[in-house]
Design a protein around this ligand. Sequence first.
Ligand SMILES: [Zn+2]
Length: 316
Amino acid sequence: MANSAQSEQNFIGIDLCEPILRAAIVSGDGSVIERREAPLDRERVVQQVVQVVASLRDRAANVTTVGVAIPGLVNRFTDRVLASTELPATVREDLHSELMKATGLRFELENDANAAAYGEYKVGAGRGSRDMFYMSIGNGIGGAIIFDGKLWAGASGLAGEVGHITIDTEGIECICGNTGCLETVASAPNIVRRAQERLDRDSTSSLSRLAFNKEFTADDIAQEAKNDDDFSLMMIERTGKYIGTGVASVINLLNIECIVLGGGVMDAGELILEPIIQEAKRRAFQPCFEATRIVAATLGKDASAVGAALLARDAA
Ligand SMILES: [Zn+2]
């Protein structure tokens, strides 16, 4: 009876990653009933969340809990947002209590990569595994570890910062203060930086279609790679090798059964997944590698909102 009662409950998940606020109402079994999205208004986050919650509650009844995925550090015990480069301090301070006060609903806050990991684990690419590592490769590189169904927080809530594994000891400085982190070569802005630098110094690269477009993005590089542009294919393959090097370290460290790769950079599909797997195979301890399933995420842009909703469900 407990299960059927839970299946009648619905849960709202909201992802506050700039530039878009994404929200979904999710049933007890994890399927998305309805979505909303709007440009995130950093200065009016509370009002925006209150509005989207009201509009989703018009579409499905029985909502008592809302999960919010935060681009930043969240202390799950105190529900405080400790740090976020994207949310202004005035929004962060009392976000949790203000949302509860304004809606009368219960709110669960979680870091966005952790929320996405939980979504993939429960209803996405990681479904069926007991333990899972999640890596999100987009504007930054984040990660999360799930052991036995639970997000593993580490000593201070920072476990899984795979983007700051050192890949190149001679590399450029990272926002974290270290040099040569995985993020400094494989995040979307750094793929563009590497491509731009090569195009600037290598005249044969001017044959690349990208050279005609001064302001290109990592998506453009992936698109040109899909159109068989040799230079773009090489950039994607090398990026895959960097990520695969990081994945090999994760495999050696955790001997984990499943690694799910998500985030915008993975939109390049097989073109990037294949070199990641090959490089991980080349570098990881073979018996560990053979025990690991490396797969692309399946929830796409829904991952953090759906995961946040499911965290809200399971925290109940
Ligand atoms: Zn770093």
